[in-house]
Write a protein that binds this ligand. Structure first.
Ligand SMILES: [Mg+2]
Length: 244
């Protein structure tokens, strides 16, 4: 390792931890995505949902899994979610799909005391905004022991089965919550889901979970740094550090 020269040592570099805390004092409404945001992506929970989606598509279209997965990902890219694509193209009933894909084992998921404490200290109202269904959200939030910390859950039914990142989804959610965007912050692990909230005036936080889907995508709409106010790797430590 290179040792600092005496001259370098006299130049004061910024000290770790010396940066001011991110300023969230303007935020009164806290809006969180659910899957891979309020729990870690490496918990394997969403991987189960993803695999169930592949199984559903394979069964629906009579395909092998590899081919069905390509179809599934194309639907996701083009329609925001696999479900939205299946509704638009294959006219499926969403309810059996939602039951099927969310039939998962939560034993690998554990409450995160740091995250739970950090969410509990946020002033104002707290919301969950998910493209999944409310039954799944309720089950996850109960399992994580944070269900009581949220004022409302906006799910795919709340937004009329038109998912994030479609602008209509955000307008429906904001109407449901009476949200003033300039006083709201939104947290999501999918970068493209933060484009519209940022344009509306929300403070946006991207939880980069280093996954294939997290950085998606160039397809629609383009997620760029200009739509992300804060880029983080872990939610609990970040929420514990912000100025509120
Ligand atoms: Mg997510």
């Amino acid at each position: 390792m290179r040792q600092p020269s005496p001259s370098n040592m006299t130049i004061s570099a910024p000290q770790a931890g010396a940066e001011p805390a991110p300023d969230f004092t303007h935020v009164r409404d806290w809006i969180f995505d659910l899957d891979n945001t309020l729990y870690r992506a490496d918990s394997g929970i969403f991987a189960q949902i993803d695999a169930n989606m592949t199984s559903f598509v394979a069964r629906l279209l009579g395909m092998e899994r590899d081919a069905a997965r390509l179809v599934q990902k194309q639907l996701y890219r083009d329609h925001g979610t696999t479900l939205a694509g299946l509704i638009a193209i294959h006219k499926i009933d969403p309810e059996p799909y939602l039951d099927f894909v969310h039939d998962i084992d939560l034993s690998g998921l554990a409450p995160d005391p740091m995250l739970n404490g950090a969410v509990a200290r946020l002033p104002g109202r707290r919301f969950v905004f998910t493209n999944a269904c409310r039954n799944h959200a309720a089950r996850i939030l109960e399992h994580l022991q944070i269900a009581d910390l949220f004022d409302q859950v906006w799910d795919i039914r709340t937004i009329g089965f038109v998912p994030k990142p479609d602008p209509a989804a955000y307008h429906a959610a904001m109407a449901a919550g009476g949200i003033v965007p300039a006083q709201a912050a939104m947290f999501d692990d999918i970068a493209r889901n933060l484009v519209v909230p940022h344009e509306l005036g929300m403070t946006t936080v991207w939880l980069d979970c280093q996954s294939e889907w997290s950085r998606q995508g160039p397809e629609f709409p383009v997620a760029s740094d200009t739509h992300i106010d804060h880029e983080i790797r872990e939610l609990g430590p970040f929420l514990s550090s912000i100025g509120i």
